[in-house]
Ligand binder design. Structure first.
Ligand code: UDP
Length: 240
């Protein structure tokens, strides 16, 4: 049974990072295709403004608070999530576990060459990890069938979809029924970090809940995306 908090219509799991990994492992070993999404304030706002996207997010089997803004929102609603569960961290923990069990992962997304470099690095970081296949994230709808085919042929149990939101969640939702993997995760720019293209914030920023500031300083052109944050907090205040 899931315990969730409703944040502007999005059901966000009230779960610790440790329990989220255990849940992800359970989903990986459950028949059928499960989905994990990890919304930040920008994604929650997008869903608030787009009922179809909201419906997709709410079809998740696990939906974690990625972003301190979502954690604050849950506190403002007096129904707090225990902590932030970043998609990147959840992915790392899950990969480290499946490196021991041999279940394969397929890496889908990012610019050409990135997923391949991510594969090389991940195999070094997690000895034993089986990367069953990879594919860049630039394609047209005509490619969908062959992408699904490639993923199914690979025999992977876990599919990381890194196309950015809402594209990744929409892609998972549209093809969930014909995928043979057990678990899909929409985890944004994770492949860029695994490939060494982008850096995760230093620990001190993460511990101080300032990862967003680090990313903003590194990529000032993301400023437009951060404009969603005050709007998000104000909307939660108004609606909550
Ligand atoms: N991307 C992709 N296909 C697209 C658009 C984006 O594969 O059509 C990739 C992009 O190369 C990047 C990731 O999706 O690797 C999105 O990263 P971003 O930092 O925007 O995601 P976030 O983690 O902030 O959601």
């Amino acid at each position: 049974m899931r315990t969730t908090v409703n944040i502007l219509g999005v059901r966000v799991d009230k779960i610790t990072a440790e329990d989220a990994v255990t849940r992800a492992e359970e989903l990986l070993r459950t028949d059928g295709v499960s989905a994990i999404y990890t919304p930040n304030p920008e994604i929650v706002m997008a869903a608030y403004n787009n009922p179809e996207f909201l419906e997709i997010l709410n079809k998740a089997d696990l939906c974690t608070a990625d972003g301190i803004g979502v954690v604050y929102a849950s506190r403002m609603l007096k129904d707090p999530v225990p902590e932030r569960v970043a998609g990147f961290d959840l992915t790392c923990s899950l990969l480290s576990r499946i490196a021991k069990t041999g279940e394969g992962v397929f890496l889908f997304g990012a610019k050409p060459g990135v997923a391949e470099r991510a594969k090389e690095n991940l195999e070094k970081t997690y000895p034993g990890l089986v990367v069953s296949g990879f594919r860049n994230g630039y394609f047209t709808p005509e490619d969908d069938d062959s992408i699904v085919e490639q993923i199914n042929q690979s025999g992977a149990k876990l599919l990381l979809v890194c196309l950015g939101a809402p594209k990744q969640e929409q892609w998972i939702d549209a093809h969930r029924d014909r995928l043979h993997v057990n678990l899909c995760m929409g985890v944004g720019g994770s492949l860029d970090v695994f490939a060494g293209e982008a850096k995760r914030a230093p620990k001190i920023f993460i511990q101080c809940n300032l990862e967003w500031l680090y990313r903003l300083l590194k990529q000032p052109k993301r400023i437009g995306r951060y404009a969603a944050l005050p709007k998000f907090i104000l909307t939660v205040k108004k609606e909550g």
